[in-house]
Ligand binder design. Structure first.
Ligand code: PRT
Ligand code: ZN
Length: 283
């Protein structure tokens, strides 16, 4: 049995639980329970605040954890990062009041910067040789300049709308983050075997994310051109149709390319194009 630390509520909670569900691991959502044992895999979920997850994993009270890379970096936690999970994507950026004529990092020398991430910021400023004062604030960092606590902020940005709503302008991205799966160091053989199984399932899940399955009828004469348009996992599957001179072509493509590919395929005579979601791809 292994234990995985998950954020009890907040931005990473829902997607952490749905990732587990997608890889066949059912656990109860954190209502009043701190611990929830899965009936489908030898794992139990431990629900915590995200700030506590790096320490709980490095200290050995949980084998695994799902947390933002920003938290690992800030806490300097001694854990293994097993894989990036593709959600909770954000960046840590420097921002200034939009009226300020900040034209580069030099502007920050001698200024006060409010943040909840003093360690990442200090390391960055030291690397760049900028001597600024860091004001540590644990919440609502974005209001610091308006209330006179700081001249600038260093905070998490996702869509950028919080900055705009507070009259701030992003001037420098310092750190790119997303949710990651972390593990305690020095795992025993049984833990390692369970983790290998989990990683295999997560990889299948990640590979299939954002993929579409395409099926179409195609004149046989356009086949070479269609194969050039559709670089599938090996090559597209081709099957003959009852009507002479026609075949059926199957392939997996990135969802982002869907409409470009469909247009190209139509142009070479493809008909009856079916587009389907992909649930899992096991490589
Ligand atoms: O209660 P607990 O301590 O567990 O949660 P928390 O309030 O500390 O963290 P939470 O749930 O807000 O965020 C958890 C993790 O989600 C963070 O550590 C990041 O790794 C990741 N993440 C992704 C974000 C955002 N996107 C995000 N946009 N964390 C915070 N924000 C906040 C940001 O602080 C700012 O206030 O959203 C605002 C900016 O968003 P935009 O979209 O307006 O730019
Ligand atoms: Zn937190």
């Amino acid at each position: 049995m292994i234990r995985i630390a998950i954020q009890s509520k907040g931005r990473l909670n829902e997607e952490s639980l749905s990732l587990l569900q997608d890889i066949g691991i059912e656990v109860d959502a954190p209502k009043r329970k701190l611990l929830s044992k899965s009936q489908t895999f030898p794992i139990e979920a431990l629900y915590l605040r995200d700030d506590d997850i790096p320490r709980v994993v490095s200290g050995g009270s949980a084998t695994l954890g799902i947390v933002g890379l920003n938290e690992i970096e800030e806490k300097g936690a001694d854990v293994t990062i097993l894989c990036r999970l593709g959600f909770g994507t954000c960046r840590l950026s420097l921002a200034v009041p939009k009226g300020e004529s900040c034209d580069g990092l030099g502007w920050f020398s001698g200024k006060r910067i409010a943040t909840s991430y003093p360690n990442i910021l200090r390391k960055y400023l030291d690397e760049k040789g900028i001597d600024a004062k860091i004001e540590v604030i644990t919440g609502s960092v974005e209001i610091a300049p308006a209330v006179g606590i700081a001249d600038a902020i260093f905070d998490i940005v996702s869509s950028g709308s919080t900055l705009i709503a507070n009259g701030l302008r992003e001037v420098e991205t310092v750190f790119e983050s997303e949710a990651v799966l972390i593990a305690r160091r020095d795992l025993d053989a049984e833990e390692q075997a369970l983790i290998d199984d989990l990683l295999f399932r997560i990889e299948s899940e990640t590979v299939s994310r954002g993929k579409k399955y395409l099926l179409m009828n195609l004149p046989q004469s356009s086949l070479d051109e269609a194969i050039r348009i559709l670089p599938a996992m090996r090559s597209p599957t081709v099957m003959p149709l009852a009507s002479p001179g026609w075949c059926s072509l199957h392939s997996v493509i990135d969802a982002a390319d869907l409409w470009t590919k469909v247009r190209q395929l139509k142009a070479i005579g493809a008909e009856g194009i079916l587009v389907m979601d992909v649930d899992k791809i096991i490589l």
